[in-house]
Design a protein around this ligand. Structure first.
Ligand code: SF4
Ligand code: SF4
Length: 66
């Protein structure tokens, strides 16, 4: 996994979904504890570029490099 998520912080704004160059980010079908559909990342598509980490206003992403 190249990206770790703190899903409880996601406010479903969609900025990262639009910004990801690999279209690896989508919204979960499940509602989070805060009432939003948090993002999920397709690990097979993710290249670990860090754009989502840079763009997210709510610090949902962590880049692990693993
Ligand atoms: S690290 Fe890059 S490729 Fe991976 S989910 Fe974030 S924006 Fe997309
Ligand atoms: S940019 Fe952050 S808050 Fe907005 S949808 Fe993506 S992870 Fe959620």
């Amino acid at each position: 996994m190249k990206v770790k998520l703190r899903q409880e912080r996601c406010k479903e704004c969609g900025i990262c979904v639009d910004a990801c160059p690999k279209k690896a980010i989508s919204f979960s079908d499940e509602i989070s504890i805060t009432g939003y559909r948090p993002v999920v990342v397709d690990d097979d598509q993710c290249i670990g570029c860090g754009i989502c980490y840079t763009m997210c206003p709510d610090w949902v992403f962590e880049i692990t490099g693993e």
